[in-house]
Design a protein around this ligand. Structure first.
Ligand code: GLN
Length: 192
């Protein structure tokens, strides 16, 4: 069974752990650099990216995660997507710079900005997982303003990319761990 780390400093890491179990992988809740050894991949969950950055520095995980991400598949949701992007605005902040992507934080507005919508994922995604619409929960989500030339946009909402694959990386601005549909996690597991 694949062993997949879930960064567990802050945010909804437990929901990702359960989603990984549903998708047939073993979650490892990562809080220290040593735990990254022997993992097949890593999930960076949603939460609050500024807080997560502080904790990453405090735990000495910043360089370890960047190094892990250069070698292995990483999947970031929401705050995790922000931490992976090489360009962050509103406000600007440091990141791991794994994906060639510009994200604007809290871009749907500051207060009432959470919603559940149905996405129509692209055909390749449906063929590799299973056909059908994808329920997507957005919580104070960022908007992806630019993707690099190696990116594949797997789903859009209002025309903006919300599920993007770039090489060994997968990024969602919504929260697939909060629904019962495990296709996005399964799609990620296929990269390992
Ligand atoms: N608004 C958060 C941030 O900027 C992300 C929200 C989320 O992960 N659900 O970090």
């Amino acid at each position: 069974m694949k062993r997949v780390g879930v960064l567990s400093l802050q945010g909804d890491f437990e929901a990702h752990g359960k989603a990984l179990e549903r998708a047939g992988a073993e979650p490892v809740y990562v809080r220290e650099p040593e735990q990254l050894r022997d993992l097949d991949g890593l999930i960076i969950p949603g939460g609050e990216s500024t807080t997560m950055l502080k904790l990453l520095h405090y735990e000495g995980l910043m360089d370890a995660l960047a190094e892990f991400g250069r070698r292995k598949p990483v999947f970031g949701t929401c705050a995790g997507a922000i931490l992976m992007a090489n360009q962050v605005s509103s406000p600007a902040q440091e990141s791991l710079g794994l994906t060639d992507m510009a994200v604007e934080r809290n871009a749907y507005g500051r207060q009432v900005d959470s919603r559940v919508v149905e996405l129509d994922p692209d055909r390749a995604f449906q063929e590799r997982t299973a056909p059908g619409k994808l329920e997507a929960v957005f919580i104070r989500a960022p908007i992806i303003r630019r993707v690099g030339e190696n990116a594949k946009v797997l789903a859009r909402y209002n025309g903006d990319p919300v599920l993007v694959e770039e090489g060994q990386y997968l990024v969602a601005t919504f929260h697939p761990e909060l629904t019962q549909d495990s296709r996005v996690h399964r799609y990620f597991l296929e990269k390992l």
